[in-house]
Design a protein around this ligand. Sequence first.
Ligand code: UDP
Ligand code: MG
Length: 319
Amino acid sequence: MISIIIPFYNEVGNIELLYRLLQETLNSFDEGYEVIFVDDGSKDGSFEVAKNIALSNNAIKLIQLRRNYGQTAALQAGIEKSIGEIIIPMDADLQNDPSDIQALIKKLREGFDVVSGWRKDRKDGFVRTLLSRVANWVISRISGLNLHDHGCSLKAYRRENFEGLRLYGEIHRFIPLLIYWNGASITEIIITHHERHSGKSKYNLMRTFKVILDMITHNFMSNYYTKPNYVFGAFGLLSGFLSILTFCIVSYRVLILKSLEATPMVFLWILFSIASMLFFLMGLLAEMLTRIYFDSEERKPYRIRETVNVEQTEEKNTI
Ligand code: UDP
Ligand code: MG
């Protein structure tokens, strides 16, 4: 069974047509499917349009959130209510083409855990496309997962990869990364991209910067969550080293050159000493938090893929 999950926020001009195009693709399916529309607090009547569709076809499910929580939360709501073993998120604005779904599924069945869409020929305006290229390059470098297009919504996942994942903030763009960091195999295929059919984009250019910041947070979380002191400690050591260096220079000036001026070097020395101390203390604090977190029974710093003859208890996982 395939679950197609479509979060929408004020997309009244798109839903009807999207449904019709989806039907064309889904009618040619030889397996079960469900389409889950998630209304992320729309105020333009999108919900009513979707509701009419859902009432006329019971393969179409609809969830309405109480307010606008953002695309990630909407997606999560949809995934939690879905039952298919393959999960395919999709935008509601017709920028993704339903006819690509078959190809994604086919590729996934070749044995991948995630197949990501690559909008090779993007229809999003020059500045945005350029910024997003830079962001993709940075994200690939930082994360170690080389994709041309991390931001594309249209992807195919196996349900098992979502077990234990918590989606919060604006993390939906990084689901493949989170899954990848858990040891999954990921590939991409070229998909078609269209201009938005109707309505406006819900994001502005600031998003690219947020994405890169999020990326750094999640990289930290994934690599150093259980050992935060490696990061803070490294900064602490660096500041400590600079503090000793500046101390030597200051001492040399005072003791050998007999110069008693308060040069900037003195301030730097004080600055680095304090910074170094603070970094070490913050590192210890972070370590304490980690211990408190993982000490509670059900949180484990690892995830098991499979076991043989070992009783598998249900894992609630973290990160
Ligand atoms: N969306 C949502 N909640 C939000 C913002 C966006 O459900 O708070 C939906 C939106 O309706 C669309 C998809 O997420 O179906 C992608 O949004 P958009 O097309 O504005 O993003 P872009 O294509 O410009 O990156
Ligand atoms: Mg869009």
